[in-house]
Design a binder for this molecule. Structure first.
Ligand SMILES: *[C@@H]1O[C@H](CO)[C@@H](O)[C@H](O)[C@H]1NC(C)=O
Ligand SMILES: [Cu+2]
Length: 233
């Protein structure tokens, strides 16, 4: 009986996992056109692996590129199972509390870039200290969608967009945080001259960062998301 319960627990954990799968440019659904599709909905758990860039296999590009005008919005979309965009299923499992963050990186060619370039953060929902205010809870209430603006001043050209959710429900021991990320390949048009500085993956996160090694069940908590401050242009 005990092992049966453990088995059920393992199944439900996997079911709660998730992947970023789709992208919208403004109100136009690009579906999976320009995503580096990840091999499974399992999380990355090592902050020192190159998998922390764009998930397992994510240093390799795909052929699709999505065009977006500087100043326009992009929306990244997460779901638990491949291709299941139903809003009646939570985007990521209910106990997978944590921040949602979006990074961009300027690259010469988004179809071949390996993600070793510099990443700046363009958006995040962390934790506001009130009920249902974790980034992942906000994501679930929006059918897995998080919209952000590509700053008008950003230089034109190819970029990788890295969407990330970190689940902290088991993060009170080292290596317990679960990182869910995917990268999208985009081409920014009509931009300005800004080339913001950023961070490297791996390198940007330490396993001991207070936003990664944390018991989220203690109260009250103040939460500081890992990585740099948001650059808004
Ligand atoms: C990006 O957009 C510019 C402007 O429309 C275009 O000239 C260029 O070919 C595009 N590059 C890619 C890789 O799509
Ligand atoms: Cu999980």
């Amino acid at each position: 009986m005990k092992s049966f319960v453990a088995f059920l627990t393992a199944i439900s954990t996997v079911a709660a996992h998730a992947t970023w799968q789709e992208l919208w440019v403004g109100s136009t659904d690009q579906a999976g056109k320009c995503v580096r599709t990840v091999p499974s909905n399992n999380p990355v758990t090592s902050v020192s692996s190159t998998d922390i860039r764009c998930n397992v296999g994510g240093t390799k590009g795909v052929s699709g590129v999505c065009d977006v005008a500087a100043g326009e919005t992009l929306t990244v979309e997460m779901h638990q199972q491949p291709g299941d965009r139903s809003c009646s299923n939570p985007a990521i499992g209910g106990n997978h509390y944590g921040p949602v963050m979006i990074y961009m990186s300027k690259v010469a060619d988004a179809t071949t870039a390996d993600g070793s370039s510099s990443w700046f953060k363009v958006a995040q929902d962390t934790y506001a200290g009130t009920t249902a205010s974790w980034g992942t809870e906000i994501l679930n209430s929006n059918c897995g969608k998080r919209t952000f603006t590509v700053p008008k001043s950003l230089a034109s050209g190819n970029y990788l967009v890295r969407a990330e959710a970190i689940a902290l429900h088991t993060a009170s021991s080292t290596g317990g945080a679960q990182f869910y990320m995917s990268c999208f390949q985009i081409n920014v048009t009509g931009g300005g001259s800004a080339t913001p500085s950023g961070v490297s993956f791996p390198g940007a996160y330490k396993a001991s960062d207070p936003g990664i090694l944390i018991n989220i069940y203690q109260t009250p908590i103040t939460y500081k998301a890992p990585g740099p401050a948001v650059w808004t242009g």
